[in-house]
Design a protein around this ligand. Structure first.
Ligand SMILES: [Zn+2]
Length: 77
């Protein structure tokens, strides 16, 4: 997948958005290159939502593991 700047006047592809697109996200396929146009606002929102979906799980697990380890040490002493 790749992202390119949009220099012509194209509307954002998100439903209910009337802004002009600033970037184009493309995924090359067998027959054609399919993509979507996004304005800066929708791109930012999408980025934040994807961040929530993919990032926060591992730090939580590490924290839980550390607390559990401390308790185990206390029990041993
Ligand atoms: Zn938009």
């Amino acid at each position: 997948m790749n992202i390119s700047e949009v220099n012509r006047s194209v509307r954002c592809d998100m439903p209910n958005c009337k802004n002009f697109a600033k970037i184009k996200v493309q995924k090359p396929g067998f027959i054609m290159v399919a993509g979507m146009y996004l304005c800066d606002e929708c791109a930012k929102e999408l980025y934040e939502m994807l961040g929530h979906r993919f990032v926060p799980k591992s730090p939580d697990n590490m924290l839980n593991k550390r607390i559990r380890t401390k308790k185990e040490i206390n029990n041993e002493n």
